[in-house]
Design a protein around this ligand. Structure first.
Ligand SMILES: [Zn+2]
Length: 189
């Protein structure tokens, strides 16, 4: 790695760009790159706490699954802001068919159970409108409806469901930083 280039790249960034990078995309920095980051942060007089945020993104998260689940489940719903029910996860399946092409779009989401139900309803409605307009579309539509029903069945599980765990695994660095440093939301980038 060309350290001069790394130094130059950081030096060219605005404070906001550098902070954005360090908050959200600092996983996998080498020791040398981390030293350059520290120099750059102190040269600019930025809050040195950001170095801790970088370290959080580069740690091993094994053993944190339950803590991550409890943390995410305790947050206000990112869709409606409600704190009445604990959050959970879902996977929506939307089928689009155009003549001979049929596509299924899968999407993970985290929200309160009521908002998750709405997402599934929307996915099923869109699939029923646009899913079956091709030879294979009919079968894909049927399959998507079954899978959406299956997702819906786990929205009110007392514990973190499979889809929430999957979402957390996909966003684990961000979830961990957010859990440790309260002002960063795990739902926005
Ligand atoms: Zn909600």
């Amino acid at each position: 790695m060309d350290l001069a280039l790394v130094r130059d790249t950081y030096a060219r960034m605005t404070d906001a760009e550098l902070l954005q990078l360090l908050r959200y995309n600092a996983a996998g920095l080498t020791e040398e790159a981390l030293e350059i980051v520290k120099e750059e942060v102190s040269r600019r007089g930025l809050n040195p706490g950001i170095i801790h945020t970088v370290a959080l993104q580069n740690m091993d998260y094994a053993g944190y699954e339950e803590a991550h689940c409890r943390y995410i489940q305790s947050l206000p719903c990112p869709e409606c802001g409600s704190v009445v029910q604990h959050l959970n996860g879902t996977m929506t399946y939307v089928v689009h068919s155009i003549i001979v092409v049929t596509q299924t779009e899968k999407q993970l989401a985290v929200a309160c159970p009521d908002c998750l139900d709405k997402k599934i309803d929307q996915a099923m409605l869109t699939t029923l409108k646009f899913g079956w307009w091709s030879f294979h579309g009919f079968f894909f539509t049927l399959r998507a409806l079954i899978l959406n029903f299956r997702s819906r069945g786990h929205h009110r599980a007392p514990e973190a469901n499979f889809n929430l765990k999957k979402w957390i695994a996909a966003n684990v660095r961000h979830v961990h930083v957010s859990m440790e440093e309260g002002e960063i939301s795990p739902f926005t980038r």
